[in-house]
Ligand binder design. Structure first.
Ligand SMILES: [Cu+2]
Length: 276
């Protein structure tokens, strides 16, 4: 009964917090005093958020139980109220219970955890493949199927203000992807290890020199989304942002057409890392 009440109270708190935080879904940037995630825009991130909420309930209940036990022992069995302590040393039932209960809790956590891991790791047939190459200190992108390659550099504070972009997140050449399509991202590094990460997509993949890592996202809402290199990669690590424009199919086709003339590349230069 006690736990049920806690659970209900916690759910209420989540509902209230959710209403406050998720009402800002349109602004895709973190806000002051925000405690939750930025709004999810891919199925993977929706699941990550869901799993996070489940874990929060479990950890809150466990913490409250331990706190209650501690308070009970302190109040009931202190020197004044219990001057002659019991000499009991073992209790088989209790010992089996406090071993088994944590095991059951961990198994309950492991099942959705592995389901989520496999969901993230299994890449559906991609509609668009993009190669993201981390360099000190910017990203280079390639759309191998369209023979496009370009560099994407973070904007200075002055340029960001001029373009109306958020500070340290806007870039000169953003990547564009169609909405509701599976986008495969191949990451690699040209010098040191970087990491291609966009929080709202639930994507964070190391970009390691000499190998290609694969990840994917399917953005379900049109908009502009930002990320940052998330592997400490040197002096200007904080200045290699990621900007993704999720657009309609028609807008994507229009961008692709002009990008082909603007960024056309043979993709055969010796510094390129071979695909798959
Ligand atoms: Cu980096």
């Amino acid at each position: 009964m006690f736990l049920k009440k806690i659970g209900a109270g916690l759910s209420g708190a989540f509902a209230l917090g959710g209403a406050l935080l998720w009402s800002t879904a349109a602004s895709a940037l973190p806000v002051d005093w925000q405690t939750g995630f930025q709004p999810a825009v891919t199925p993977v991130m929706v699941d990550i958020e869901e799993f996070h909420k489940e874990l929060l309930v479990i950890i809150t209940l466990v913490t409250l139980l331990v706190l209650a036990l501690l308070v009970w022992v302190i109040v009931r069995y202190n020197h004044r109220r219990n001057p002659v302590p019991s000499k009991t040393a073992h209790n088989t039932l209790l010992e089996v219970a406090w071993t088994l209960v944590p095991v059951i809790i961990l198994v309950v956590i492991a099942i959705p955890s592995f389901r989520l891991l496999y969901f993230e790791a299994t890449i559906p047939t991609p509609d668009v493949t993009i190669k993201a190459i981390g360099k000190q200190w910017f990203w280079s992108y390639e759309y191998p199927a369209s023979k496009i390659a370009f560099d994407s550099l973070g904007l200075s504070d002055a340029d960001a203000a001029k373009k109306g972009e958020p500070r340290l997140l806007g870039v000169d050449n953003a990547i564009w992807v169609p909405v509701n399509k599976v986008v495969e991202v191949e990451t690699t590094g040209a010098d040191v290890i970087h990491s291609w990460a966009v929080p709202q997509f639930g994507v964070k993949m190391d970009a390691v020199p000499g190998r290609i890592n694969h990840t994917w996202f399917k953005a379900t809402k049109i908009g502009t989304y930002y990320g940052e290199c998330s592997e400490l990669c040197g002096a200007r690590h904080a200045f290699m942002p990621i900007e993704v424009h999720v657009v309609s199919e028609a807008d994507y086709a229009a961008w692709l057409a002009q990008a082909k003339t603007k960024f056309s590349a043979s993709l055969d230069t010796p510094t390129r890392v071979a695909a798959k």
